[in-house]
Design a protein around this ligand. Structure first.
Ligand code: KIV
Length: 255
């Protein structure tokens, strides 16, 4: 299926069962996850922390994202491949279009960008150019430095109203879905109920969105140095790696 078909399928999945999304940054992980039937593979700029060793996502460049998006796309996933637009690659619509086109050329089916109402014109410009866009509102990791940390969003009635306005503006601009990050559960549920495109939550509580996205290292337990409070690991890959490396060292040294 082509990118437009995958995005249309995502749009139409609202209310039809929950959407599953995981991050992937390389070929083997994309291939393994796709074989399980995951709906969406996000080449997230979380790459900066969990693969490249930066303290946050503000160090990620378009070149990093192109490199890793191309690796994921080489797995030819059936899942929608979503390429994250790094900070300062979409400050205004013309720049955003040039950046998004490079991610699409690398193999992304759609691009994701952070921001609400103030990004509606940019989302509109990308959609007008035939690029599928997923918005990202709530806690915006690209703002972590200026905000001084990762904080829950939508705690006051004014903040909740703004998030709803953001969601509606992105929907009206043509986004095919929204990621909601670390929004208090009742506000995430309200947004999900009031918009017609799917919401994909992370850190918004259970069953408040049309689907969920998780960072693959949180799911696998393969990045033990920082585990967000909402993460629900299903494996302990860090321990498996340590044990395998120790077994290898023991075998080689005793041979
Ligand atoms: O970069 C990323 O992994 C993300 C998720 C937190 C949604 O944007």
């Amino acid at each position: 299926m082509n990118s437009a078909g995958k995005a249309q399928q995502l749009r139409e999945s609202k209310g039809q069962g929950r959407i599953t999304a995981l991050t992937a940054y390389d070929y083997p992980m994309a291939k393994l996850l796709d074989e399980t039937g995951i709906d969406l593979l996000l080449v997230g700029d979380s790459l900066g922390m969990v693969v490249l060793g930066f303290p946050d996502t503000t160090h990620v460049t378009l070149e990093h994202m192109i490199h890793h998006t191309a690796a994921v796309a080489r797995a030819k996933p059936k899942a929608l491949v979503l390429g994250d637009m790094p900070i300062h690659t979409y400050d205004e619509p013309v720049q955003a279009l040039a950046s998004a086109q490079q991610l699409i050329a690398a193999g992304a089916d759609a691009v994701k960008l952070e921001g609400g109402e103030e990004k509606a014109a940019t989302v509109q410009a990308l959609c007008d150019a035939g690029i599928e866009v997923i918005g990202h509102i709530g806690m915006l990791p690209q703002h972590v430095v200026e905000e001084g940390g990762y904080r829950k969003k939508g705690k006051t009635p004014a903040a909740a109203d703004q998030l709803l306005r953001d969601a509606l503006a992105l929907q009206d601009a043509g986004a095919c879905a929204l990621v909601l990050e670390s929004i208090v559960p009742h506000v995430a549920a309200q947004i999900t109920n009031e918009i017609s495109i799917p919401t994909i939550g992370i850190g918004c509580g259970e069953n408040t969105c049309d689907g969920e996205v998780a960072v693959i290292t949180d799911l696998l337990g393969s990045y033990p140095w920082f585990v967000p409070p909402f993460a629900r690991p299903e494996a302990n890959v860090a321990e498996a790696v340590r044990l395998a490396a120790l077994a290898f060292q023991k075998r080689v040294r005793e041979e």
